[in-house]
Design a protein around this ligand. Structure first.
Ligand code: ASP
Length: 329
């Protein structure tokens, strides 16, 4: 029987005011962007994080596990055809085929992932089953699809008329140039700390619109699109996946938090690393990356290379909070 959890709200840092930046150049730098450390708490990327968080929160207050809550949360944008960057209705690759990437991770470092998955509306649920019911972490392409079907998932056409029309229009120029902060990518990444301070994470996307057929981004790659260490914290990414993979972005954010960086300082350091690597390269003009992170106290942050990245928070005092992330340039 579900019992309503007795949520704990802890004020660990006391009131430090909004966004006090002390030092962020060196290790052990101190940036606090939260007045209070609070758990349970859920943070998710972009506008679609708001309804996703709401659903996950509903699961938490029903007493469901963190992994069920996080799966249920990200299934909301996966099922929404108006969101053109995740799941059903997501933009296709340049061949007109919708291919999905997703991963999930729990407090024991168990993880599951699917990449280049087609015709399945909820890749996150398949990723969870990879984690729970196979000896592997990652299944890809036809193997992932066969596994999903063997578990009872229904094959569906994920290409909506609206996305198909946009693809037909795109083909007239056939110019692959992701647009910064526009919904032609915009993964949902969600991090959750429960009332035991246990951490969970999920990431699901249709990837970059008009990508090459077969392209896999950072989102299903543990360490790139998502990483957590239940003793330290969790981090997840959005933006140009290739740039995130090159730096093992999310794993590095968690490692910096292990060294004493706050979530904001850790995200900032990795964004700056990505910036340095790509500055004189071919993707610079359209490069956007954003990270969210949460530590073991429930302190959180979001930070991006360029203006325009936002993320949603849900905790006992904020159910619908959408924050603009700080940014580098
Ligand atoms: N990271 C995703 C990818 O490269 C897209 C995004 O989040 O913007 O596939």
């Amino acid at each position: 029987m579900n019992k309503r959890r007795n949520f704990i709200k802890k004020s660990i840092l006391g009131s430090v005011g909004a966004t006090s930046l002390i030092n962020c150049n060196n290790s052990n730098s101190e940036i606090n962007n939260n007045d209070t450390a609070v758990y349970p708490r859920i943070i998710s990327t972009w506008n679609h994080g708001v309804p996703a968080n709401k659903e996950a929160w509903k699961y938490l207050i029903e007493g469901r596990t963190g992994i069920s809550a996080i799966e249920a949360g990200v299934k909301i944008p996966e099922a929404d055809p108006k969101i053109r960057s995740v799941g059903f209705g997501g933009y296709p690759d340049r061949e007109g085929i919708v291919t999905l990437d997703a991963c999930i991770m729990d407090k024991h470092n168990n993880c599951g992932s699917v990449s280049f998955l087609q015709n399945i509306k909820h890749p996150i649920s398949v990723a969870r089953l990879v984690m729970e019911e196979t000896p592997h972490v990652m299944l890809s392409g036809k193997g992932a699809l066969d596994f999903a079907v063997s578990k009872g998932f229904k094959k569906e056409n994920l290409l909506t008329e609206a996305s198909k029309l946009d693809w037909i229009n795109w083909k007239k120029q056939s110019n692959y140039q992701p647009v910064i902060n526009l919904e032609n990518h915009d993964t949902i990444s969600m991090l959750l700390i429960d009332d035991n301070t246990d951490l969970f994470g999920a990431c699901t996307t249709s990837g970059a619109a008009w990508k090459m057929h077969g392209r896999v981004g950072d989102s299903p790659i543990i360490g790139a699109g998502l990483f957590l260490d239940n003793d330290i914290g969790a981090a997840a990414a959005t933006g140009l996946g290739e740039a995130v993979i090159r730096t093992s972005g999310s794993a590095m954010v968690v490692e910096l938090m292990r060294q004493g960086y706050t979530p904001l300082a850790a995200c900032k350091e990795i964004v700056e690393r990505i910036s340095k690597i790509h500055k004189s390269g071919p993707v610079w003009d359209y490069l956007q990356v954003g990270f969210i992170a949460i530590n073991k106290k429930g302190e959180y942050a979001g930070y991006s290379l360029r203006k325009g990245f936002n993320y949603a928070i849900c905790d006992s005092s904020n159910q619908n909070l959408l924050l603009d992330a700080e940014y580098a340039i």
